[in-house]
Ligand binder design. Structure first.
Ligand code: SAH
Length: 398
C-alpha cells in the first residue's frame, strides 16, 4: 500500500472523516504523481510522522485525487468490504424497494455511502453503475460480485464517466439479461421511458423525484405550465397528470420531442393541450414575450453549463438573467420552480442569485418551499459539495 503523508493543517479534517483526498492535502503530491502511482492503488494516509489516519484509493476526478474508504487500519478493502458497503446502502433503501408505485431510485450514492466515485441506480430490475474514475473502475470485479451477492436483478449495466476507456459493450451491458430500450420505469405511479444507450443521461433525473411529485400533487391543477430545458418532458407529464390546463415543453435537442411524446402516450395523456417545442429556451422567451403568452407555472431546470447555437449558459453567471426572462412571462401570483444542480453553488448563494434575478425582472417573490436531494441520494455530512441539488418554489407576488 502506498503511504501518503498529510499536511499538518489538513490532518484534523481527515481524522474527523472527510472523504475526498485532494492534492493540496498531500505532502509532495507532484512527486508522487510523476512517480506513476497507478489508478486504483490503495493508499494509506498518515500524519507527518507516519501514524495511520485513513485508508483510501487513488483515482483522479476533477474534484480530487481519490477517496477515503476506511478509518480502520485493520479493515482490508476486498470483496467483503464492498459487500458490507453495498448491503448497508441497500438496507437504507428498503422503503423504496418495497414501494409498489416507484421502481427507479439510487441504491448507492458515492461518498455518501462510503465509496466516492461510484454510484448505482436501480431501474425496474436493472442496475446501472456509474464509474467516475479509472481508479474506482479498478474495483469493478469486487463491486459486481458484491452486487450479485446482495440483490436479485434482471441485468447490470455500467457507464464509464471518465476519459480514456470505454465499456466493452456498446450499451454498457455487464451481466444478466440485456434490457430492451426504452425500458419503462414507474415513479409514484407515473410511467417514464429510460435508456442506457444515449450518452450520460438516462431519460430521467432520479434526484428530482420529490419535485415532480410536488408539481403534480400541489401546483399543476388548472394551470398553464411552461417547462424549459424539458429533456424527456418528465415535469410536463407529471404536471399534466396533476390536472394542468396546458403544458409547453421547450428543449433544443431534437430527440427530446420524441421522448416527450412517448412519455405522454405511456401515461394515456393526449397531446391536445400539450405542446412540445424543439427550440432554444432563450429564443422561446423572446417569442412568448412578443406574442403576449403568459404562464401560471414556469419550470427552470437548466444544465450547469450549456452551449447552443445562439447562447452560452453558465448557471453561476447567467441564472439571474434566465430568471428575469422567465418573470416576464409569469403571471402575477404565478409560480417559478427554479432548480440548480451545480455543486459549487450553495443554497444560500442560489437564494442570492434568485434575488438578483427578481431585481432585474423588477418583481417580488416569496419562497414557498425548497427541495434538496431525496434520501436515496445520501450526501456526506462533511462534504458540502455532495449536496448539490437546490430547487426553490417561488411565488411571484408583484
Ligand atoms: N429538466 C429536465 C432535465 C434537463 S437536462 C428533466 O427534469 O428531465 C438539460 C436539457 O437542457 C437537455 O435536454 C438539453 O438539450 C437542454 N438544453 C440545453 N441548453 C438549452 C437551451 N439553450 N435551450 C433549450 N434547451 C436546452
Amino acid at each position: 500500500m502506498t503511504e501518503l503523508k498529510l499536511h499538518e493543517k489538513h490532518l484534523e479534517k481527515y481524522k474527523s472523516g472527510y472523504p475526498l483526498i485532494f492534492k493540496e492535502a498531500v505532502i509532495g503530491y507532484q512527486l508522487i504523481e510523476s512517480s506513476g502511482l497507478e489508478e486504483g492503488s490503495l493508499i494509506k494516509l498518515t500524519d507527518e510522522k507516519g501514524k495511520y489516519v485513513a485508508t483510501g484509493y487513488y483515482g483522479k476526478q476533477n474534484k480530487g485525487i481519490g477517496w477515503v474508504l476506511s478509518k480502520n487500519e485493520k479493515e482490508s478493502v476486498g470483496l467483503p468490504f464492498f459487500q458490507k458497503k453495498l448491503y448497508s446502502a441497500i438496507e437504507k433503501r428498503l422503503g423504496l424497494y418495497n414501494n409498489p408505485k416507484t421502481n427507479a431510485f439510487r441504491v448507492f450514492n458515492g461518498e455518501g455511502d462510503g465509496i466516492g466515485g461510484l454510484t448505482i441506480d436501480f431501474y425496474n430490475g436493472f442496475y446501472l453503475i456509474n464509474w467516475y474514475s479509472l481508479g474506482v473502475y479498478a474495483f469493478k470485479s469486487h463491486v459486481i460480485e458484491a452486487l450479485k451477492k446482495c440483490v436479485e436483478f434482471d441485468g447490470i449495466y455500467e457507464k464509464l464517466r471518465f476519459e480514456g476507456l470505454e465499456s466493452e459493450h456498446p450499451d454498457g451491458f455487464v451481466t444478466g439479461t440485456e434490457a430492451k430500450f426504452p425500458l419503462v420505469i414507474k415513479e409514484n405511479g407515473v410511467s417514464i421511458e429510460v435508456f442506457f444507450n444515449e450518452g450520460a443521461m438516462t431519460g430521467i433525473f432520479l434526484d428530482q423525484r420529490e419535485v415532480r411529485r410536488a408539481i403534480r400533487n400541489n401546483y399543476a391543477k388548472g394551470k398553464d405550465v411552461l417547462n424549459t430545458f424539458s429533456y424527456t418532458g418528465a415535469f410536463s407529464v407529471f404536471a399534466a397528470l396533476g390536472g394542468a390546463k396546458s403544458t409547453t415543453s421547450v428543449d433544443l435537442a431534437n430527440r427530446s420531442k420524441e421522448h416527450t411524446e412517448h412519455n405522454f402516450a405511456l401515461n394515456q395523456v393526449s397531446l391536445d393541450r400539450h405542446q412540445i417545442l424543439v427550440e432554444d429556451v432563450f429564443n422561446y422567451f423572446k417569442f412568448a414575450a412578443k406574442k403576449g403568452l403568459t404562464y401560471d407555472l414556469v419550470i427552470l431546470d437548466p444544465p450547469s453549463y450549456a452551449k447552443s447555437k445562439d447562447f452560452v449558459f453558465s448557471a453561476e453567471k447567467d441564472y439571474p438573467e434566465l430568471l428575469a426572462e422567465a418573470i416576464k412571462i409569469t403571471r402575477q401570483g404565478g409560480i417559478i420552480v427554479a432548480s440548480n444542480n451545480s455543486s459549487t453553488i450553495t443554497l444560500e448563494k442560489f437564494k442570492q442569485i434568485i434575488g438578483k434575478g427578481f431585481n432585474i425582472g423588477k418583481a417580488r417573490f416569496e419562497i414557498l418551499e425548497i427541495h434538496q436531494l431525496p434520501k436515496d441520494f445520501r450526501a456526506h455530512h462533511l462534504y458540502e459539495e455532495s449536496n448539490y441539488l437546490k430547487v426553490v418554489f417561488l411565488k411571484r407576488i408583484k
